[in-house]
Each structure stands twice: as C-alpha cells, then as structure tokens.
Ligand binder design. Structure first.
Ligand code: MLT
Length: 200
C-alpha cells in the first residue's frame, strides 16, 4: 500500500491516518497536526479504486458494502501495518487510528472483528457496517466517534449503531454530535484533541 511516515516523539502515540473516499495519505495530515503535532504519523492510501477515487474496501453503491472485500482488505491492511511496524519500529498497540468516513469504517471494523490490534481510536463520521461475527471483549478500548445529525452519507443512526456495537463489548465510547453534514469541522477536531489529551 502507498504510505507516508512522518516520525515524531516516540513517547507519544503513533497516529495512523486513514482517509475518506477519494482521499489519499496526505489528507489527514493537517488534522493529525492539530490532534497531536509531535506524534509520529503513519498514513495509508486505500488500494481500491472507485471511479478514480481511493477507498479502503469496495462498495456497490452508497451505504451498500461488499463485505467479502471488506474482510479481505482488513487483512491486507493489517498485514501492511505489521510490515510497516517492523520497518519503522512502531508497535501496532501504540497506534491510534484516526479515520474519516471510509477510513473510519475500516478501522472500526478491524477493532470489532480482529482481536488484539488498537486500544484507542478517533473515528470521524464512521458507521456500523452490519458485519458482526466476533464477541471478544473490548473492555480495554476507548473510542471517540463523531457524527453529523444532518449527514446525508452516514446517517446519524448508523453512527449510533457503531457506538452500540462497541459499547455492547464493553468499550468506552464518546459520541460527539455535530450539527453539520458529512464534512469534518475544526470544532470536532478540537473536541477530539481534548479527548485524546485526556487519554494519553
Ligand atoms: C464508506 O465507507 O463508503 C463511507 O461510509 C462513505 C464514504 O466514504 O463515502
């Protein structure tokens, strides 16, 4: 996978940046600089192409996901992370996924369906993808979610479904509600930053 690594203070968590549909590994760098400027940052580019737009897994149409591909790409992403974690000597357990939309969705899916990866995550405008095959506990996990009450792409209720999926497994979840649509706002990044500072 194409990636970008920017080293930083190794005593701080590593921010793992996962862009939204049509983005790339540069998209969330400004957000990461706001969240934790001195953190090492590892940004990945999704390998799926949808009409020239990068994504982390296939979908048939808006909100209709190819769940088989989701599983395949989740494994592919974890394999790449394992490779990059060795290359840059970054323990995966110290990585905090910071995902937006499609990137938030694959990170959320990995936390729910693949045991033993991330403990903390910031997921902007993500949703529950309807895949539920695992039941391992997530009692050590803390997740910050944001969702827009007027988001036409990720309906607010689907973000609440994601919150519930995590909470049912014992995770600590903060759901930050925005009054806007699907866009990532400065205000929500500031709220995530405050939360992250309280976690680390
Ligand atoms: C997706 O994964 O498809 C998102 O929820 C929506 C998007 O990225 O456009």
């Amino acid at each position: 996978m194409e990636h970008l690594f920017i080293d930083g203070n190794r005593n701080l968590p590593v921010l793992l940046l996962l862009h939204g549909t049509g983005g790339d590994e540069h998209d969330l760098l400004t957000v990461a600089d706001m969240l934790s400027p001195d953190s090492p940052k590892l940004a990945l580019r999704g390998t799926v192409q949808e009409n020239g737009m990068n994504r982390f897994f296939e979908r048939y149409s808006e909100g209709q996901f190819n769940l088989e591909d989701l599983e395949k790409r989740s494994d592919e992403l974890l394999e790449e992370l394992s490779r990059l974690s060795k290359k840059y000597q970054l323990p995966i357990a110290q990585m905090i996924p910071v995902g937006y939309s499609n990137g938030a969705n694959i990170a959320g899916h990995i936390m729910l369906e693949r045991q033993g990866n991330f403990n903390t995550a910031i997921l902007f405008h993500g949703m529950f993808l309807g895949r539920h095959t695992q039941s391992f506990p997530l009692a050590e996990q803390s997740i910050w979610l944001s969702a827009g009450v007027n988001d036409p792409i990720v309906p607010f209720s689907t973000a609440q479904d994601l919150q519930q999926a995590f909470e049912k497994r014992g995770a600590q979840v903060t759901l930050h509600q925005t009054m806007t649509g699907h866009q990532l706002t400065i205000e929500e990044v500031a709220a995530a930053k405050k939360w992250l500072a309280s976690m680390t």
